[in-house]
Design a protein around this ligand. Structure first.
Ligand SMILES: [Zn+2]
Length: 307
């Protein structure tokens, strides 16, 4: 049995979750601290603290999942909404600081890797991950390995166009009618406020839907249909075994997934939709940390392969 250990760090907009991860994705030890977001220095200091608490001579590498697009050539953070990391050569900074191999990846990519290696998608070769949080993240495992695009900034499935000339997307995205603006937790909150007033957010919307409130069910149905339109496109493009839905707003469960499956079937080419199962993620809030650990192992494997 391997005694190899790494540290996986989920760098979130509100919290940093770091853990010692074994090769099977088991969490051996963990640290949770609030994300200091006032400045780049404060955030890096918080990350250093979290990692330092877990460091031991047994740790072979560190992986970070970051809610940002990343250029894997340089290890630079290209674009980020919630954290002061834009333009930072993050990977090199962490290599210099800890003198260990460091891997970095987008937060939804690491969630996809975690579900593929240790969660609901174990054993699958081709899967699509969609994370429904404040935004909508995407991750792809294709042909048995993560697919990241030419420089590592790809798989941004939340920014696929669902409605041409639709509502403006969020954050620094200049697009319109993107999945994120139609089916994220934030989109659900905006729709819920419009319908019910300022006190109702996405969580309360789901609660009302579960209680059978018809207006809430209709809103969730509409959100599910946007999601299903995206699923239809993903089925036609990738023919995946699984579409895994994670993130906080996945708590809406069948209230959005049932209409999503129906719409997916309508938009898929003949006999395609039944080849893809839509399932809810299994690892919950630990997915980012565990996936970041797997990215650390991937970095070790790549380093071994180039020796
Ligand atoms: Zn967008």
């Amino acid at each position: 049995m391997s005694t190899s250990k790494v540290i996986g760090v989920d760098v979130g907009g509100t919290k940093i979750l770091a853990g010692v991860i074994d090769p099977e994705g088991k969490v051996l030890e963990r640290v949770l601290i609030p994300s200091p977001t006032d400045s780049t220095e404060a955030l890096l200091d918080g990350l250093d603290q979290a990692v330092t608490k877990l460091l031991s001579p047994e740790i072979e590498a560190i992986g970070f999942g970051i809610p940002s697009s990343i250029d894997q050539r340089s290890g630079m953070v290209l674009g980020t909404v919630n954290l002061p990391l834009q333009g930072l050569c993050f990977r090199q900074r962490m290599r210099d600081r800890f003198e260990l191999p460091v891997g970095i990846d987008n937060d939804a990519n690491v969630a996809a890797i975690a579900e593929w290696k240790a969660g609901v998608a174990r054993g699958a070769n081709d899967l699509v991950m969609i994370t429904l949080g404040t935004g909508v993240g995407g991750g792809l495992i294709l042909g048995g390995k993560p697919y990241r695009g030419s420089v590592g900034a790809g798989a941004e499935l939340g920014h696929m166009v669902i409605r041409q000339d639709g509502v403006p997307c969020y954050g620094n995205c200049p697009g319109h009618g993107h999945l994120e603006a139609l089916a994220s937790g934030h989109a659900a909150t905006l729709a819920a406020r419009e319908q019910f007033g300022p006190e109702v957010d996405a969580r309360e919307l789901v609660k009302r839907g579960e209680a059978g409130d018809e207006a809430a069910l209709a809103l969730l149905h509409k959100i599910g249909e946007s999601l299903g339109a995206a699923f239809g496109s993903l089925v036609n493009i990738f023919n995946p075994e699984l579409i895994v839905v994670g993130g906080g707003f996945a708590a809406a469960g069948e209230l959005i997934l049932a209409p999503a499956r129906e719409r997916m079937a309508l938009e898929s080419l003949p006999n395609m939709a039944e080849l893809t199962r839509v399932v809810v993620a299994e690892l919950g809030p630990d997915a980012g940390m565990i996936g970041a650990g797997f990215v650390a192992y991937e970095t070790l494997e790549n380093a071994a392969a180039t020796l």
